[in-house]
Design a protein around this ligand. Sequence first.
Ligand SMILES: [Zn+2]
Length: 413
Amino acid sequence: MQTSTATLIVGLAILAALVFELWLDGRQIRWIRGHRDSVPAAFAGRIVLDEHRKSVDYAIEKLQLSRIDAVAGSVLTALLLIGGFAFFERTITALVGSGYLAGLLLVGALLVTYAVVELPFSIWRTFKIEQKFGFNRTTPGLFIADMLKGAAVAVVLGAPFILAIDFILRNVGEFWWLAGWGLYVAFNLVMLLIIPTFVMPLFNKLEPIDDTSLRGRIETLLKRCGFRSNGLFKMDASKRSGHGNAFFTGFGPSKRIVLFDTILASLSAEEIEAVLAHELGHFKLRHIVKRMLTQLVTSLIGFAVIGWLVAQPWFASAFGLSAPMPLAVLILALLVLPAFTGWFRGFSNWRSRVHEFEADAYAAGQTNGADLASALLKLHKDNAAPSTTDPVYSTFKHSHPPTAERIARLQVA
Ligand SMILES: [Zn+2]
């Protein structure tokens, strides 16, 4: 391929992905603004008009910020591809040569660049929008501490992985991408073991749930569903935000259930049980296994494509890499590919929505559907989720079905 053709195709792909993103966000903004002055029928009597308007205003401010964020991200990627990345590569190899240290520095330089561009958006989101709508509880001190801890964790966990990939690239030969994929899979499994037990406690306090009647209720539910976990924890999420959530995490010996303290404060014991039954449904219906298998296959395809790109001489030269380190070409591929793969997100979101309905039905069978419905409504209000949504936007962007649809199905069941 001609190098100019390659640059043109990538440029157009980045532009198309950005335009699509802005178009979707624009549709959603117009839709919810148009529905601002009346509570949608599905929520009549459950949400008052003021709450509804607040959720619309909150969603619009977040969407507007995310549009600017999308533009900034695309411009940054484009700037890196038309010379910024090649500049990093030249500067670093001039300073330290093209050994393993250069690979680490190159990845570090890119991550710092993206983090610097993302920082003002993150600050605006937390201290302007979340603050204005009464959700933010993060202090500037906590925000900075989180950032520094996040960076330290990324270095400690990420550096060995990058060194190992670089080693494979330099030594394995043509089929390096198969070995790289194997390493990637192993790395992810290790992360599933390490993150819940060692990383999460760095950011949050996780305590066993002390309410004995709630514990008893949950343990009975777990037994009834035939699920073994290694702990039931309460997480002090309220120190950062008023939003509520609950999740299962880890695998094997690190498998645990975590409830945000915000949920324990706002949901009744019956509602918490129903929410957990929904999460258990994801395990029992093999959604988790299916998701992992999908990731195995898609990451293998991803590595194969990267393996092919790295072997093409036109690819590195199209983006100005002179005497390329193999790792630099791999990173280049990672910069280019998201513009082409973002389109598949619509499909994975659709599948996720199907799974959510299935898990709701499972929960309704194991516990009480009415409890799940009232829990969903409370979470919907606590998170100030918009009560109405543009159907096209929802199809591409929402991993969960609209609350109204979930509640409607639970009431039919
Ligand atoms: Zn779910």
